[in-house]
Design a protein around this ligand. Structure first.
Ligand code: SAM
Length: 177
């Protein structure tokens, strides 16, 4: 998998309505190879539910609730990282992944909820579309991470796990390693 660390920043959250979406952002980020998610203004229960997932299914995926998203973006860039903002208006995915691959530094992937403030488009190094139709931040994040890691994210090891799934054609096989 790519040596570089990937974190995810979720910058919008509509109270109650978005709880499930924001939880799914974290689940997808964790399962698809990112190491941490910053959640702007979200319910702290989401952090607890992801920590419970870590306990059951392993790994050290982190969630941080933040009250200022601009600082996360600026700090990331000032430390030499690149910022990728997913939006239906952005540059074409394959071209963007190529350029992100060629760039240096860790990667912060930003996803929105409803309308994203205009300044996010200027603060990011890459505004990237996953197709030019409106769909979902969860889908956009999954597709982007999969293209970035080229499928290798599914080979990552989740350490300190309580349970491990053994892939099988029929039924469910879960072992306790
Ligand atoms: N007008 C929005 C946009 O700029 O993509 C769609 C809003 S959508 C409800 C919420 C979030 O989903 C967006 O902020 C973006 O991160 C993500 N998203 C939706 N469709 C996307 C697409 N085709 N490509 C990349 N990201 C998308």
């Amino acid at each position: 998998m790519d040596e570089r660390t990937v974190h995810v920043l979720r910058i919008g959250h509509r109270i109650v309505r978005d709880d499930r979406m924001t939880t799914h952002i974290c689940l997808v980020a964790r399962a698809f190879g990112a190491k941490k998610a910053y959640l702007y203004d979200a319910d702290p229960k989401i952090k607890e539910s992801i920590e419970a997932v870590n306990k059951r299914w392993g790994g050290k995926f982190e969630v941080q609730i933040v009250d200022e998203w601009r600082r996360i973006v600026r700090d990331w860039r000032s430390k030499g990282g690149v910022v990728v903002h997913l939006t239906m208006y952005g540059m074409e995915l394959d071209e963007a992944v190529q350029e992100v691959d060629d760039s240096k530094g860790n990667i912060l992937v930003v996803v929105g909820a409803e309308k994203v403030p205009r300044e996010m488009y200027d603060l990011s190094d890459f505004n990237v579309s996953v197709g030019n139709q409106p769909h979902s931040e969860v889908a956009a994040l999954a597709v982007f991470l999969d293209r970035l890691f080229k499928g290798k994210e599914f080979k990552q090891r989740f350490v300190y796990t309580k349970y491990k799934v053994v892939p099988s054609r029929k039924g469910k096989r879960v072992v306790t390693p």
